[in-house]
Design a protein around this ligand. Structure first.
Ligand code: GDP
Ligand code: ZN
Length: 461
């Protein structure tokens, strides 16, 4: 396939000392040579592939030096897009990166659309659809952990699993085919309802397992929705600030601040949190007082985690108790703040109210206890629903939809088997499952199943 040459800044904006402007396409080397001046008149179109070169970028119009750069030359097809790729490494500042981008745009490249490099990798056959989507997730990934998930998928873990399931379905169908077409072959295993059922049950349980991971995938991409609640003045904003300052704030394209709620994205020991300070802007107002118990409950309903802040230097109040009430049954970490001040709070009462939830004591003023809080957050998260890092997560909504449909189809098949439906009719639901899973990896939706069967299993020889 032939495409024009695209370019984009391929490092995060405003981060790091070095930025990369990437070019991909047939003209990548020619465009680079128009603006590159290497030592001794070296031409990038003549250097070996996968080498890096020092030089200056010159504006051909003015002959002036624009930037000092290192240029990496990678010829297709051994590149991510399978096209010729040039990466211009320049200083990381916004101004200099933009100058380089403008220069290559003025000399024949077109600005890439979001995800267009990945799209090319797919169109040029470098990666399959689910891998392409994993890369898209990777681009959007907001934390290291989300990054690992996206990477794992990119390496094809989901693709591999889906292929295995499809193969299993295909083999089952092959047996049916043999029984229908060659009933006289007695060396072919008789496909009993029992075996059919067993295979279907296995496929079903694998699909169910994949779907269970999808919720975790969502959390990893979007962050655990974490709400900080507490009476006015207990230290909610201080807590938000220290969590943000001690942790890498996550850059997000989601608008950060709404009118009532301050929102921050942070990565706490690998746990992505979307932190919401409910009091936020209106310090003097109490959330429960303002909107009432029922509505507070509704606001908190969607939270994955509640950080309930109490003031050590005050007695417990009715409002404090109300906060415990409205967070009944949710994941809560209780924080007793202002430990640097003389204690007036009834700790035993707090323990009662907290039931078996963790209680952490802090002095946000003196920067004490934040580590313990972070520990509590990460152990709650990782001890709970998340399994070890080597499992396959499904985090793409198209994949989730297809897996759900495939699950329905295989469940239909099992019901049909149980109802004693002739096996050759059950075949239809099996085939549908196979097709739906194929759509995940962008495979052979149009190919004839029978062709597949006969190319993979040499029957009647
Ligand atoms: P919010 O109304 O719950 O958001 O509370 P803030 O975070 O705005 O804090 C209210 C006041 O308490 C501020 O003056 C903070 O400096 C102070 N504060 C916060 N944490 C501590 C602490 O651990 N010890 C002491 N002594 N003061 C604190
Ligand atoms: Zn506040």
């Amino acid at each position: 396939m032939e495409f024009d040459t695209i370019t984009a800044i391929s490092t995060p904006m405003g981060e790091g000392a070095i930025a990369i402007v990437r070019l991909s396409g047939d003209e990548a080397l020619a465009i680079a040579d128009r603006v590159y001046r290497g030592p001794g008149g070296k031409l990038l179109s003549e250097v070996n592939s996968h080498t890096i070169h020092y030089g200056n970028l010159i504006d051909p119009k003015t002959q002036k030096v624009v930037e000092e750069v290192m240029v990496t030359v990678m010829r297709g097809p051994k590149t991510f897009t399978r096209e010729d790729v040039v990466e211009i490494n320049c200083h990381g500042g916004l101004v200099s990166v933009n100058r380089v981008l403008q220069l290559v745009l003025a000399n024949g490249a077109r600005l890439a659309e979001p995800g267009e490099f990945t799209k090319r990798a797919f169109l040029n056959g470098r990666i399959d659809l689910s891998q392409a989507e994993a890369v898209m997730d990777l681009i959007r990934a907001k934390t290291d952990r989300a990054m690992n998930v996206a990477l794992g998928q990119m390496e094809g873990r989901l693709s591999k699993l889906i292929r295995e399931l499809r193969q299993e379905i295909l083999e089952t169908l092959a047996h049916v085919e043999v029984n229908i077409d060659y009933p006289e072959y007695d060396d072919v295993e008789e496909m009993t309802h029992g075996i059919f059922m067993q295979r279907a049950a296995h496929v079903k349980s694998e699909l169910e397992r994949l779907l269970r991971t999808s919720e975790q995938g969502k959390i990893l991409r979007e962050g655990l929705s974490t709400v900080i609640i507490g009476r006015p003045n207990v230290g909610k904003s201080s807590l938000l600030n220290s969590l943000v300052h001690e942790n890498k704030a996550i850059v997000t394209d989601i608008p950060g601040t709404t009118r009532d709620v301050i929102e921050e994205y942070v990565n706490v020991r690998g746990v992505p949190l979307r932190l919401l300070d409910t009091a936020g802007i209106r310090e003097t107002e109490d959330i429960v007082e303002r909107i009432g118990v029922e509505r507070s409950r509704a606001v908190l309903k969607d939270a994955d985690l509640i950080l309930l802040v109490l003031n050590n230097s005050d007695e417990l109040t009715v409002e404090d108790e109300q906060l415990f009430q409205i967070t009944e049954g949710m994941d809560v970490i209780v924080i007793i703040n202002k430990m640097d001040l003389p204690s007036k709070i009834d700790i035993d009462k707090v323990k009662d109210l907290a039931k078996n939830r963790s209680i952490v004591t802090t002095s946000l003023l003196e920067d004490q206890g934040v580590d313990e809080l972070e520990e509590a957050i990460s152990s709650l998260f990782f001890a709970g629903s998340l399994e070890a890092g080597d499992m396959t997560y499904v985090s793409n909504s198209r994949h989730i939809a297809l897996i759900s449909q495939a699950l329905t189809a295989i469940t239909d098949a099992m019901e049909a088997i149980e109802a004693g439906t002739p096996i050759d009719l059950v075949q239809i639901d099996f085939t549908r499952t196979w097709e739906l899973l194929g759509e995940i990896i962008g495979d052979s939706v149009h190919e004839s199943l029978i062709d597949q069967l006969f190319s993979q299993f040499c029957l009647g020889k």
